[in-house]
Write a protein that binds this ligand. Structure first.
Ligand code: ZN
Length: 397
């Protein structure tokens, strides 16, 4: 019967072999030494003038707090740089060629001033969301077929892109038809060059970080960003390459998991943002604090995805939750670090001193990560391997 004693180790070895790829990926992802919290807020840019007030209110909230190093919380602003120039498009008549009204137009002066003030104070970190939150030709084609889209195009200067049909909000495909079509490469390259040039003109530096609108982008787009100096792409842990027949984002057959610190073919570094803080949908500070606790155990940064719509409408509850989030995060994690996504990406790229080198602490983070591989962890628990890994991690950490 002695052979029975060998059975569990053999089962564990088989389990590890079957899940080798995700287990190895979880080990290779660098481990952070400190809890890191970044609130990533998308869709800012041209809009109605009241958005400037919303930015000022956010700035007041952020400026109330400091981490142990004296740094205030950073809210990254995923910025679009233009809207349709509605009067010019209307004046051009029935053919309606697209024309853009940039963020630098007088109509948006208060918004741009509020963004610049926050950047100067170290609480806003600009990131490129896109020249626009749509592919202009696709928007115009959709406008020919859909009177509501045409109304939106002509409603400027302060229309909100959030009210466009979701597929049209993907910039890097033509979603005027579904399933979406890919865009011609020369047009992609020209569009990337144009958005980087305008961003650089507005902010003085080329964008370090891009957040692809609706997380739909292709390798061609990514390579063009890299050539334009972009160092980092924020992802939800995967890349969507288009919209399917129902309009849903699709990863295609080759969908692969992306992890923090991984670099793509063109050399850009990926960050993973898969926690959500949308108070307008009822998300509370506690939900965000749970995410922070989980990510901290995993040695990963907590990038909270949020959007301007939480703060530009009925905002009181959203600001209150944001305020509670910072207060509670600082009291629960005394070694919490606030930073920008660009700086965090630099830590990963140059193996900075925020990365853990202590083997036992890396192991504990690895166990916390593999507990989140549902099939693996279920089998690990059933076979006793889960107990051993958790016990080891508790003893070592
Ligand atoms: Zn967006």
């Amino acid at each position: 019967m002695a052979w029975l004693l060998l059975a569990p180790p053999l089962v564990w070895a088989a389990l590890i072999l079957i899940f080798l790829r995700p287990l190895r990926a979880a080990w290779r992802e660098p481990t952070l030494r400190h809890p890191v919290l970044i609130v990533e807020s998308d869709d800012w840019g041209p809009g109605p003038a009241r958005h400037a007030t919303a930015l000022h209110r956010l700035a007041e909230c952020l400026l109330k707090y400091r981490d142990a190093t004296g740094r205030p919380p950073v809210m990254t602003l995923g910025l679009t740089l233009s809207l349709p120039d509605s009067p010019a498009i209307r004046a051009a008549g029935p053919a309606l060629p697209y024309q853009a009204l940039p963020l630098t137009a007088p109509a948006y002066a208060d918004i741009l001033a509020a963004i610049r003030e926050g950047i100067a104070a170290g609480i806003f970190a600009p990131q490129l969301h896109g020249m626009a939150h749509y592919w202009p030709e696709a928007l115009m084609r959709a406008g020919q077929a859909d009177p509501q889209v045409l109304d939106w195009i002509l409603a400027g200067p302060g229309q909100e892109t959030e009210s466009l049909p979701s597929p049209l909000q993907s910039r890097w495909v033509d979603a005027s038809v579904l399933p979406s079509r890919t865009l011609p490469e020369p047009e992609i390259r020209a569009a990337v060059a144009e958005e980087i040039a305008l961003y650089t003109q507005i902010f003085g530096d080329s964008p370090a970080v891009v957040v692809p609108p609706t997380f739909v982008w292709t390798e061609t787009v990514e390579a063009a960003w890299a050539r334009g100096g972009v160092a980092c792409v924020v992802t939800p842990g995967r890349r969507y390459i288009g919209r399917d027949a129902a309009g849903k984002p699709t990863t295609g057959a080759m969908g692969v998991a992306l992890r923090n610190g991984q670099t793509g073919a063109a050399g850009v570094l990926y960050l993973v943002r898969d926690d959500y803080f949308e108070p307008a949908y009822g998300h509370t500070a506690e939900r965000a604090l749970d995410a922070l606790r989980g990510k901290t155990a995993q040695g990963r940064p907590c990038l909270l995805e949020t959007h301007r719509f939480n703060f530009t409408g009925e905002h009181a509850a959203a600001l209150r939750e944001l305020d509670r989030l910072f207060a509670e995060a600082l009291s629960r994690h005394t070694d919490l670090r606030f930073t920008s996504s660009a700086e965090l990406a630099e830590q990963y790229r140059r193996h900075g001193d925020w990365l853990e080198t202590h083997l036992a602490r890396r192991f504990a983070a690895w166990v916390a990560r593999v507990r989140r591989l549902p099939r693996f962890w279920k089998l690990a628990r059933l076979t006793g391997l889960g107990l051993i890994l958790s016990g080891l991690s508790n003893r070592l950490a």
